[in-house]
Design a protein around this ligand. Structure first.
Ligand SMILES: [Zn+2]
Length: 430
């Protein structure tokens, strides 16, 4: 009863604040865009004036600015919807070799990692990624929930975030591994076993503030004759189904790290919402993904980036996987699987622009417009935010970026973002 009274009181206080006649009117900003791709159509619109009121887009037209309003001149720029990266790790600062990874979990405190994570979030925004889905903290607990909170409270600059917290894998499958059995070392995930264990872990993680449940569905890859990438599935199908069912029952989605044959198959059968990496996906599973509307988040760049280092450390399979990944991407594209842009940033150094993913998507068969769409509306739909972000439309958040040249002619332009607005606030100017 007490709680109900408190809620009613809070609601009436909020209503008062909103109708407060002395509150300043929301800021009005105009963006004069030489060219606009609005994210709905692939056609370029020329000389568009965008009116932004507060945090939302108010008008997309050739309106004349009212006196006193700020006008930002982007007449030599190409304006685009803010980019969305649906697979990042702000709590990770590169892990080409196992050593890089172990140092971060063994020698860096969670506090230190969170400070670095807040810098990574700022970088993501400055690269033009106004929204990210951060897919687990790699041993840093729920620090992503706190980084998201600090961004939303205006304490630090960063993108809009959906977060996954600790992620899940079965006992003994995920680093840190290989230390003496007498040592209790930290793990990059929450170790979860059994269907009931899975349901309990979902409940616990959601209560601690995650948006997404992330599972690791396979490990230990090897190339079979004929180019099929095989694996050891981690969870049983039963366990995965319980995790997915519990998450969906609580209106949360599940992202599955599934790189190869069995991990992908089990994930697709269990009804996960996105397949992460998917270096090898059997044709039958691609068909199920189309039927279920399951998203494919291919993370192509990171594979090329880490392959050399990992091959040098003795794991040649990472080099072979590049070609297999390309073939899978081409088959997925042809089959009509929904593809959302994701990079695994953090798996490579945050000093590298994650937009390097775009040219590889184009090299592997997408048009620049398709690649851009994967980081706009397609990604927004995966995040369930299609009514708020992903296109430049009246009523949506004013998440707008600009690049100096036409990305439809040269997709590398997306690595040259020089204007970033998120929610009507400018973070980068040309
Ligand atoms: Zn990842």
């Amino acid at each position: 009863m007490k709680r109900i009274v408190a809620v009613v009181f809070l609601a009436s206080t909020l209503a008062l604040a909103q109708s407060n006649p002395t509150a300043p009117p929301p800021k009005v900003t105009y963006l004069r865009c030489g060219t606009l791709y609005d994210g709905k159509s692939d056609a370029a619109q020329k000389n568009v004036m965008l009116r932004v009121v507060g945090e939302k887009i108010d008008t997309v037209a050739t309106a004349t600015p009212e006196p006193g309003a700020e006008v930002i001149d982007l007449s030599h720029e190409v304006c685009l919807p803010g980019l969305i990266d649906t697979h990042t790790h702000v709590l990770l600062q590169g892990d080409i070799t196992a050593d890089d990874y172990d140092v971060q979990l063994l020698k860096w405190s969670t506090s230190y990692r969170t400070i670095l994570g807040s810098v990574a979030a700022k970088r993501a925004l400055e690269y033009g990624f106004t929204t990210i889905r951060d897919l687990e903290t790699e041993g840093a607990g729920y620090s992503d929930v706190d980084i998201k909170k600090a961004i939303n409270n205006g304490v630090i600059p960063g993108p809009r975030m959906q977060v996954a917290g600790r992620a899940m894998d079965v006992t003994g499958a995920y680093p840190l591994l290989g230390y003496s059995w007498e040592l209790k070392v930290p793990k990059g995930v929450q170790e979860v076993d059994g269907a009931e264990g899975g349901r309990k872990a979902v409940r616990e993680q959601i209560s601690n503030g995650v948006d997404w449940i992330k599972v690791y569905s396979d490990r230990s890859y090897y190339v079979q004759p004929g180019g099929v990438l095989n694996d050891i599935p981690t969870f049983t199908l039963d366990e995965l189904k319980a995790i997915v069912d519990e998450a969906h029952r609580e209106r949360h989605k599940v992202a599955s790290h599934a790189a190869a044959l069995n991990g992908v198959h089990n994930s697709v059968e269990a009804g996960v919402d996105s397949i992460e990496h998917g270096m090898y996906i059997a044709d039958a599973d691609l068909q199920t993904m189309v039927a279920h509307g399951t998203y494919y988040v291919p993370t192509l760049f990171v594979g090329e980036y880490v392959a050399e280092g990992r091959a040098a450390a003795g794991a040649k399979v990472w080099v072979d996987m590049i070609k297999i990944h390309e073939d899978t991407f081409r088959r997925a594209l042809k089959a009509g699987v929904k593809i959302a842009f994701g990079t695994d940033a953090g798996g490579f150094d945050w000093k590298i622009d994650p937009a390097k993913e775009f040219p590889i998507m184009v090299k592997y068969g997408m048009t620049p417009a398709q690649a851009l769409h994967s980081a706009n509306m397609s990604a927004a739909e995966l995040l369930g935010m299609q009514d708020k972000i992903g296109s430049v439309e009246v009523g949506k958040y004013a998440d707008i970026v600009a690049v100096p040249g036409d990305p439809m002619a040269d997709v590398h332009q997306l690595e040259k973002v020089n204007f970033v607005m998120k929610g009507g606030v400018v973070y980068v100017r040309p």
